[in-house]
Design a protein around this ligand. Structure first.
Ligand SMILES: Cc1cc2nc3c(=O)[nH]c(=O)nc-3n(C[C@H](O)[C@H](O)[C@H](O)COP(=O)(O)OP(=O)(O)OC[C@H]3O[C@@H](n4cnc5c(N)ncnc54)[C@H](O)[C@@H]3O)c2cc1C
Ligand SMILES: NC(=O)c1ccc[n+]([C@@H]2O[C@H](COP(=O)([O-])OP(=O)(O)OC[C@H]3O[C@@H](n4cnc5c(N)ncnc54)[C@H](O)[C@@H]3O)[C@@H](O)[C@H]2O)c1
Length: 442
């Protein structure tokens, strides 16, 4: 058997590897892209993209409910089956289309890669060597270690669920749990959240996360905090979720207890590549413990959040290092993140909760609800919490119907260290939308 040799082998085809494959296409390198699951990876197939597509209709329904008696006479109703049909039509062709796009420039192999040594992998019984191997295998849903865990579903199932269950139990209160609850609750399912700790959305500020929970509770979503799932059983006509805080009958159980890096299938020990439970260990040049082997995206063990734009930033950095002579260590920019609940919650830069007792920082909470823009939407929860240091905006947290956009509007001021006076001298934004308020906030 002749072994095929490549300049690069990319393992995975999600946002991280896809970005790198596009950049390498311009360099005419010999590249092999190996994908074990759906081409395109989590974000376009089972993550951000289908989630935000479904959220488009969901948001319209929830916004109309919020305006009944304020100029809207009937709330809109969600037709889940029809919405899902529309979603499947749009998204089903994507993996094949993505594979074809990659195959225009590179060799492609569908199958799971395993390391033989630090320059060699096998896929479907074929061996390939690469001068450089880039691991971009992402994460998969964590499964609760309790009896009956095989009876649960994940966000992947929810995002393609054709008929709406009557009663849904969701384990967890992180990004995935809260976003899936928003979708299913708006569609009319009776949703119960089973939360191990005493709060939701741990990555966001306590006050803003509590505002989201309150709004969801007002829509009938039941939060059971300090509740540990012990087992899931199947009865004649329901699932029984047994917890240390009573039992719950449900038609559909979603396990949203986190995500774990895809490292098990790779046989990393064969190649001496170091890892921990958060993923593959890399240095500040994204190199693993083996020369010539790199890791990018969600599979990397790091403190920065595991998000699509972060995965793409790493791919871009690695390309510049390997093909453009960049020698500096990776430096992450200001990263904005949002949970697409209703209302949304978002954060960028220094988190208000982390500095509330530090006199070097000034934390200022601004309610937006009174302005005509927000009053017109009856978006009563809308608020911004701004963090300043020596007169410079260094952090922002937002809650409200459009919190993600609000935080995105303010993130350049943080990342580019723009001060209020400077902003006002150079910019007049369109009025009256969020952008126009920025000048007065800074
Ligand atoms: C429900 C949900 C919603 C999300 N929403 C957002 C959002 O709104 N905004 C945001 O920024 N991020 C969001 N994310 C996170 C985002 O999807 C990830 O950060 C992003 O997909 C990471 O890209 P990646 O390329 O590192 O990994 P992935 O996209 O996970 O791609 C990795 C690929 O590698 C393949 N693979 C694994 N092992 C092997 C192997 N051994 N051989 C070959 N192939 C292999 C997998 O099949 C997969 O296709 C969401 C995630 C989920 C689950
Ligand atoms: N809008 C977005 O940008 C977005 C959306 C979805 C996912 N993501 C990315 O995916 C990552 C994973 O999201 P996630 O929601 O799966 O994870 P997460 O870490 O945000 O939340 C996990 C939840 O499960 C709970 N949990 C953990 N172990 C448990 C156990 N053994 N029993 C019961 N509960 C348990 C946690 O307390 C938490 O509430 C996010 O951190 C983010 O990087 C981003």
């Amino acid at each position: 058997m002749t072994m095929q040799k490549y300049d690069y082998i990319l393992i995975g085809s999600g946002p991280a590897a896809y970005k790198l494959s596009n950049l390498l296409a311009k360099k005419k390198r010999r590249v092999l892209v190996v994908e074990g699951g759906a081409f395109g990876g989590t974000c376009p197939n089972f993550g951000c993209e289908p989630k935000i597509f479904l959220e488009g209709a969901v948001r319209t329904v929830l916004q109309s409910q919020q305006l009944v008696g304020r100029g809207v006479s009937q709330p809109a109703q969600l037709d889940w089956a029809q919405l899902m049909q529309t979603k499947l039509q749009r998204f089903d062709p994507w993996p094949a289309e993505t594979k074809a796009i990659i195959a225009k420039s590179h060799d492609v192999e569908a199958g799971y890669a395993k390391f033989v040594d630090q320059h060699t992998i096998t896929v479907n019984g074929h061996q390939y060597t690469g001068d450089r191997i880039v691991i971009a295998t992402g994460q998969h849903p964590h499964h609760l270690a309790v009896p009956g865990t095989e009876l649960t579903h994940t966000s992947t199932d929810v995002l393609s669920l054709k008929s709406l269950p009557k009663r849904v139990a969701i384990v967890g209160a992180g990004y995935v749990a809260m976003e899936m609850a928003t979708l299913l609750g708006a569609a009319g399912a009776q949703v119960t959240m089973l939360v191990r700790s005493d709060r939701a959305l741990r990555g966001f500020t306590k006050a803003d996360a509590a505002t989201v929970v309150k709004a969801m509770e007002a829509r009938g979503i039941d939060f059971r905090f300090n509740t540990n799932v012990q087992a899931i059983q199947q009865d004649a006509d329901a699932f029984l979720v047994k917890t240390d805080n009573g039992d719950l009958a449900s038609d559909y159980v979603v396990d949203a207890s986190g995500r774990v890096p895809n490292i098990e299938r790779l046989q990393l020990d064969q190649a001496g590549i170091d890892y921990d439970r958060h993923g593959i260990k890399v240095n500040d040049h994204l190199q693993t413990s083996q020369p010539g082997v790199y890791a990018v995206g969600d599979v990397v063990s790091r403190v920065e959040p595991k998000l699509t734009p972060v995965a793409e930033f790493e791919a871009d950095y690695l390309f510049k290092q390997l093909e453009g002579g960049l020698t500096a260590a990776i430096q992450y920019p200001t990263i904005a993140t949002a949970a697409f609940t209703f209302p949304e919650v978002a954060l960028a830069g220094v988190a208000p909760d982390d500095v509330k007792d530090d006199p070097a920082y000034q934390v200022k909470r601004v309610s937006l609800a009174g302005s005509s823009l927000y009053a017109g939407k009856n978006d009563q929860s809308a608020s911004l919490t701004l963090v300043f240091k020596s007169g410079q905006l260094v952090g922002v947290s937002a809650v409200g119907d459009d919190a993600a956009t609000e935080v995105n509007s303010l993130t350049p001021m943080i990342g580019l260290s723009i001060k209020g006076d400077d902003f006002r001298r150079h910019v007049i934004n369109a009025y009256p939308v969020i952008g126009d308020m920025i000048a007065s906030l800074l």
